[in-house]
Design a protein around this ligand. Structure first.
Ligand code: ARG
Length: 472
């Protein structure tokens, strides 16, 4: 059934019909479309725009239509309807059920405000679901971190071992990133939680619609303020895409680290057989496909954001059919986020950490060089000079293929004295004592970094409690 054409002298070209149709995509919105129609129809009756009897007829009819569409989706034959979009399909099926009274449902409404409403209802739902999944991912990371608060590992900058940290601290970095994503989704939800219905095609309606009543019925916090803005606005989708981009940026980094750690060169982790894949030709291989797919899916999620922004760019007010292109990328992003966040907790739990390897790696690359500099600075040496002493000591250790804590006190003192002598602070006298060795101990070094937000086990435990409390 066509919702237009009264002023047309010829039938549509068949190619136009299929080119113009969004039904294969927006069929996903059927429940939201019907929910919106129910609220609209109840309001029309409350405002005496349609009779109570017609309202009941329409509401009963909508229940049948809902079941019919559900069935058609199950059978895979919904495309046999030649409706232009989900809004047309619902009206067509309703007309089949209750006759021309069905047409009253659309009083004071346009598909332009209707489609904005449907997508908003869909997004509100999906944002809540994605937040739940993010919550599970965050709690899973916290649970895993709980067992790794003392596990020593190198912390990196420039992918070079930099300072010793704990594995728990490293994992929780991702939990906090995801927590920001959770909040960003909440911001998106709240910013756009306004009902568009009543904006009509572009210029509202002369019917005495009660926009607030519809907003209340559909759990919106209020109504939009400008009808032209309302039917042209897709910022709610753009903001959602932006939140999704943040999520996938974070998860693809986590995936990248898992892939790196799993490589034989690092050998920091092992992914269980149940979550690994094999190679069809190389029998020895175990591949981290889950992590690679998460990383790879960042392409489409970033792409969907860019695609919508590009379609919106330069559109004049108010509704333009370009906007119909808003849905496919949105659904794709939502579906893929669901898939990713659904497998993520199980995947993370399937990883076992080679604690020995992680700890050993901490002894590669003089990660306690900063501790040496800090020790000297604490003794009164200006930090710049302390940095020099530490650098020279590292060179000495490198040349002799030993660890810093294997150097004798006299050697430290010799290097220190030389640096002081050649500096402007040559009247300084600093005596190195045995305490230095406890500074150079890597486990101690981590324990000492106990400022809030630091990697010390006691702080990591606090982070875990803070994360868990967020969702209580
Ligand atoms: N299928 C359309 C969309 O998704 C619904 C709105 C159509 N409005 C119109 N005036 N053609 O955007």
């Amino acid at each position: 059934m066509k919702l237009w054409g009264g002023n047309f002298k010829s039938d549509s070209n068949n190619k136009l019909n299929s080119f113009n149709s969004s039904l294969p995509i927006d069929i996903k919105l059927y429940k939201y479309d019907i929910t919106g129609s129910r609220a609209h129809v109840k309001m029309l009756a409350a405002q005496d725009i349609i009779s109570e009897k017609d309202k009941d007829l329409i509401l009963d009819g909508l229940t049948i239509v809902e079941n019919k569409i559900e069935q058609a989706i199950k059978n895979g034959d919904y495309l046999n309807y030649d409706a232009e979009d989900i809004h047309s399909l619902v009206e067509e099926l309703l007309t089949e059920e209750i006759g021309p009274i069905a047409g009253k449902m659309h009083t004071g409404r346009s598909r332009n405000d209707q489609v904005a409403l449907d997508i908003k209802l869909y997004l509100k739902d999906k944002i809540n679901n994605i937040q739940d999944l993010l919550k599970t991912a965050i709690i899973t990371l916290a649970e895993i971190a709980e067992n790794e608060t003392e596990t020593l590992m190198p912390g990196y900058t420039h992918l070079q071992a930099a300072q010793p940290i704990t594995l728990g601290h490293h994992l929780l970095a991702y939990a906090w990133k995801l927590k920001r994503d959770y909040d960003k989704l909440a911001d998106t939800y709240n910013r756009h939680n306004l009902s568009p219905l009543g904006a009509g095609a572009l210029a509202g309606s002369s019917f005495p619609l009660d926009r607030e009543m519809v907003a209340d019925e559909l759990n919106f916090a209020g109504i939009t303020e400008n009808s032209l803005d309302t039917v042209s606005d897709r910022d709610f989708i753009l903001d959602f895409h932006s939140s999704a981009v943040n999520i996938i940026i974070h998860l693809s980094s986590l995936a990248e680290e898992i892939i790196t750690w799993n490589s034989p060169n690092y050998n920091f982790i092992e992914i269980s057989d149940a979550m690994s894949t094999g190679s069809s030709i190389m029998p020895q291989k175990k591949n981290p496909d889950v992590a690679e797919l998460i990383r790879g899916k960042s392409g489409r999620i970033l792409g969907n954001h860019t695609a919508l922004a590009t379609s919106l760019k330069g559109l004049p007010l108010a509704y333009n059919k370009d906007l119909q292109e808003d849905k496919e990328g949105l659904f794709d992003t939502v579906d893929n986020l669901f898939e990713i966040l659904n497998i993520l907790p199980d995947f993370l739990k399937s990883i076992s950490f080679n604690r020995d390897k992680l700890e050993k790696a901490t002894y590669n690359g003089y990660l306690n060089a900063t501790e040496l500099a800090d020790y000297l600075a604490k003794k009164g040496l200006p930090f710049r000079l302390a940095h020099q002493v530490s650098g020279r000591t590292v060179n000495y250790a490198l040349e002799n293929n030993i660890q810093l804590f294997e150097i004798e006190i006299e050697k430290f003192q010799e290097i220190l004295d030389k640096v002081i002598k050649s500096s402007q602070a040559n009247n300084l006298k600093i005596i190195i004592d045995n305490e230095l060795y406890s500074w150079l101990d890597l486990k101690n070094a981590v324990k000492k970094r106990k400022l809030p937000g630091g990697p010390a086990p006691e702080q990591v435990k606090k982070q875990i409690i803070n994360l868990q409390n967020l969702f209580k």
